[in-house]
Ligand binder design. Structure first.
Ligand code: BT5
Length: 322
């Protein structure tokens, strides 16, 4: 979104009513330029009323995501510098990878729909139009490669907190990459990196969250949506905007924690939200599957699981089935 649109949006949100003339003077531009900026905001889904002799009034923002709205969400961010929004993409990860050299600071890519959304190991991520949040957040940490496992732990807490605080639902962390509600997957995330000489320059973190129930999500036996879970309690799902604002805030906070403190600083909170401990699980690593009971997580982010012969396994990444 252009800087001018942002400035006009800021003025509108600060005043009950503001005239075109006043905005033109404040921004040192013509009234026609103000009028054009207001039209752009309307196209982006904002409702702006114009009242004779009083001026413009911002009524509200659309629940649909768009670049103007997203840019206004990060305007006070100390971390993210830019948001890219597309109605349809192959995968937000792809766009993020294309932009990592041009954009020097952390940034976010969001899409309304993905035609080639993917999970880990190139599995498909079902991403129907305007019903989920499909986002890639790029961080630029300059840390050693082995820290990435720990990063996932902070990330999972950020997402679980954002879901709980916005929708008042119990979001459980299923190590290593999922968030579950009431036994079903509502969110999957993946972290990919660009590194050189063992140092990570970019973390490209893809997050997919099912906000609304669609045929595609219902068809996936193990999946659920925020809407579906809210309905169970007789409540309505809504407010994608509040959720995303909260998620961005949580990502910033947990990223700061990650960069400055060890995992032990969040371990208690993380363990309390985790849903895999104390029961026997089927654990599938790259080339073996076995039954074991997860018992702990190390400071580096390895899962410790004990099998029925008493042997302890240290696991970096795996698929875990209940
Ligand atoms: C994940 O992989 O869970 C990571 C998903 C990351 C998706 C985001 S969306 C934004 C960004 N852009 C992308 O292209 N990707 C990221 P994994 O653990 O491999 O889980 C994939 C499995 O989850 C699939 O094999 C299905 O069984 C299941 N699945 C697919 N779509 C789903 C959905 N919408 N909700 C719940 N489960 C789903």
């Amino acid at each position: 979104m252009s800087k001018l649109n942002q400035q006009v949006l800021k003025l509108l949100s600060k005043h009950e009513f503001i005239s075109g003339q006043k905005m033109a003077e404040a921004l040192s531009i013509s009234r026609t330029a103000v009028w054009k900026a207001v039209q752009n905001l309307k196209e982006d889904g904002y409702t702006v009323k114009s009242v004779a002799s009083k001026g413009y009034k911002l009524i509200g923002a659309s629940n649909e995501l768009n670049e103007t709205l997203l840019t206004s969400m990060i305007k006070d961010s100390k971390l993210f510098s830019e948001v890219i929004y597309r109605d349809t993409v192959d995968s937000t990860q792809k766009i993020a990878f294309q932009k990592i050299t041009d954009i020097k600071k952390p940034f976010i890519v969001v899409a309304g729909e993905q035609t080639g959304g993917r999970g880990r190991f190139n599995r498909e991520w079902t991403s129907p139009e305007k019903s989920g949040l499909y986002m890639s957040a790029v961080f630029k940490p300059d840390i050693y490669l082995n820290e990435i496992i720990k990063f996932n732990l902070f990330l999972s807490l950020a997402i679980a907190n954002a879901i709980e605080e916005t929708f008042d639902l119990d979001a459980g962390i299923k190590w290593p990459n999922d968030i579950y509600i009431d036994g079903k997957k509502v969110c999957g995330f993946l972290t990919e990196v660009v590194s050189e000489n063992n140092v990570i320059q970019n973390i490209i973190c893809g997050i997919g969250i099912n906000l609304y129930e669609t045929e595609e999500i219902t068809a996936l036996e193990t999946a659920t949506s925020i809407e579906n879970e809210m309905k169970k309690n007789g409540r309505m799902n809504s407010d994608t905007e509040s959720f995303l604002t909260r998620l961005i805030h949580e990502l910033e906070q947990q990223y700061h924690q990650f960069m400055n403190t060890p995992f032990s600083s969040i371990k208690e909170e993380w363990m309390a939200k985790s849903i895999i401990f104390g029961k026997e699980m089927r654990i599938s690593e790259m080339n073996r599957t076995f039954l074991a009971k997860p018992v702990d997580i190390t400071d580096e982010g390895f899962l410790l699981a004990v099998d029925r012969y008493g042997e302890t396994h240290k696991i970096i990444s795996a698929d875990i089935e209940f």
